[in-house]
Design a protein around this ligand. Structure first.
Ligand code: FAD
Length: 411
């Protein structure tokens, strides 16, 4: 092996390059990224970065020196336009051509557009990239109100930050609870209470019919499906993401809500791997049986751990990816942490310490622990990660018993 090309210079692409070097690969690495500048962290974009005038460079995952020292060629501001699998090369939109022995697709995802009249208004805000965050931060500084379409993690983090900056904030969510796709009802209810307590307006179970504009075409708020107007100077849409899998599809690789890979993160083409937000992979078995079908995870942990797996699998005998998923979100003073795959669980046992604002929700599937959601309870979160890594599970009856503690159970 002497030529590895990585498409996408985000969390997953950069980590793949770094891990290849760490595991001893000495050949050429080219990391091609559409965005200009150094690869950066996205999580702060909806959190600390929106609060204060911090420098975009503080978000960089590695400094320039790292790329030089590690001999990782960063081609930033370059988009890969197509893959010529026959020749083993990618073509750049700017006209160049890069040969590869192994190709890694780490193309991430893009925001889903709001499919209603006005959903393409040029002043609608969204958040995925640093450029988006700079625009949102700027607008938050001069506006008095914002309506956020979508009550998922990104929308709620922005709601908390905007509220902290003194704006009137309304979140419109089509389902009847917050974070409906991923959180248990107990977690949704707790987060709802905290947001309401801070004065965030929550309109649950309300669809958006159109983006409202004034006589001059300026954004005036959102009109709900029931006909009401939520007046706001700014409107931000955060209704989920779509994997960037068109490049793979155009090259004849299978896609199905993401680039389809096997348990070792390989596509059907043995020289092409895919990982991170763009990859659909078979759900590992964390005990109690594997989930049917494929999953796609949108988290830093998944991007980083899959990158280490891909780097190892390129250089050595391929082994399946099996890391326990985990994720965090910061909203007001809540540190939300989720370990395991809680979506699709069939039984949940919630423990709330109201005084301390701590919550732990144990989520079971077929009597086996599928994951644990915590709010401001990092001890339980870490214990769950350890336990799941060993494929252990307490019985639901044990968890229900008075005084149950995961940490004690583990000892
Ligand atoms: P990305 O980081 O999106 O990188 C993909 C890169 O590929 C992009 O730069 C893109 O421009 C580039 N690209 C795409 N196509 C091409 C092409 N054809 N040619 C060249 N380049 C291309 N996760 C958490 O765990 N906790 C959090 O609190 C959290 N908060 C978040 C907040 C925000 C605002 C956002 C947007 C995400 C957050 N995430 C969080 C998710 C996390 O950041 C992502 O899961 C992670 O960045 C995925 O890494 P990736 O490399 O797969 O994709």
């Amino acid at each position: 092996l002497s030529e590895i090309v990585i498409v996408g210079a985000g969390q997953a692409g950069l980590q793949t390059a770094a891990s290849l070097r760490q595991f001893g690969y000495e050949g050429r690495i080219r990391l091609v990224g559409e965005e200009k500048g150094l690869p950066y962290q996205r999580p702060p974009l909806s959190k600390a970065f929106l609060k204060a005038d911090s420098d975009p460079e503080s978000l960089a995952l590695r400094n320039r020196d790292f790329f030089e020292k590690q001999k990782i060629e960063l081609l930033d501001g370059e988009r890969v336009a197509s893959i010529d699998r026959q020749a083993g090369a990618v073509e750049l939109a700017s006209g160049g051509r890069l040969d590869y022995d192994r190709l890694v697709l780490a193309t991430g995802a893009r925001n889903r557009a709001l499919p209603v009249p006005g959903g393409d208004h040029p002043d609608l805000l969204e958040l995925r990239s640093l450029d988006h965050a700079l625009a949102v931060r700027d607008r938050l500084g001069s506006a008095g109100s914002i309506a956020i379409v979508g009550g998922g993690y990104i929308g709620l983090e922005i709601a908390a930050t905007a509220r902290g900056r003194g704006l009137d904030v309304t979140v419109v969510e089509a389902m009847d609870r917050l974070m409906p796709r991923t959180a248990s009802p107990a977690l949704s209810a707790h987060v709802e209470g905290v947001h309401r307590g801070h004065g965030v307006g929550l309109r649950l179970g309300e669809g958006v019919a159109r983006i409202a504009t004034d006589g001059e075409g300026r954004i005036a708020g959102v009109e709900t499906a029931a006909g009401g107007l939520i007046a706001a100077e700014l409107v931000l849409v955060g209704i989920g993401i779509l994997p960037n899998d068109a490049l793979a599809a155009a090259a004849g690789l299978e896609t199905d809500n993401g680039i389809v890979v096997d348990s070792c993160l390989r596509t059907a083409d043995p020289s092409i791997f895919a990982l991170g937000d763009c990859a659909a992979f078979p759900a590992p078995d964390f005990g109690g049986g594997a989930l049917p079908g494929r999953i796609r995870l949108e988290s830093v942990q998944n991007a980083v751990d899959q990158a280490k797996c891909v780097a190892r699998n390129i250089l050595a005998e391929p082994a399946p990816y099996s890391e326990v998923p985990w994720f965090w979100s910061d909203q007001f003073d809540m540190k939300i942490q989720i370990a395991g795959l809680t979506a699709g669980s069939d039984r949940q046992i919630a423990r709330l310490d109201e005084e301390k604002g701590r919550l732990t929700v144990y989520c079971f599937r077929d009597g086996h622990l599928a994951g644990v959601e915590t709010v401001s309870n990092p001890g339980d979160h870490m214990a769950c990660r350890r336990l799941m890594a060993e494929r252990l599970s307490p019985q639901p009856a044990e968890v229900e018993a008075a005084g149950f503690s995961l940490k004690t159970w583990l000892q």
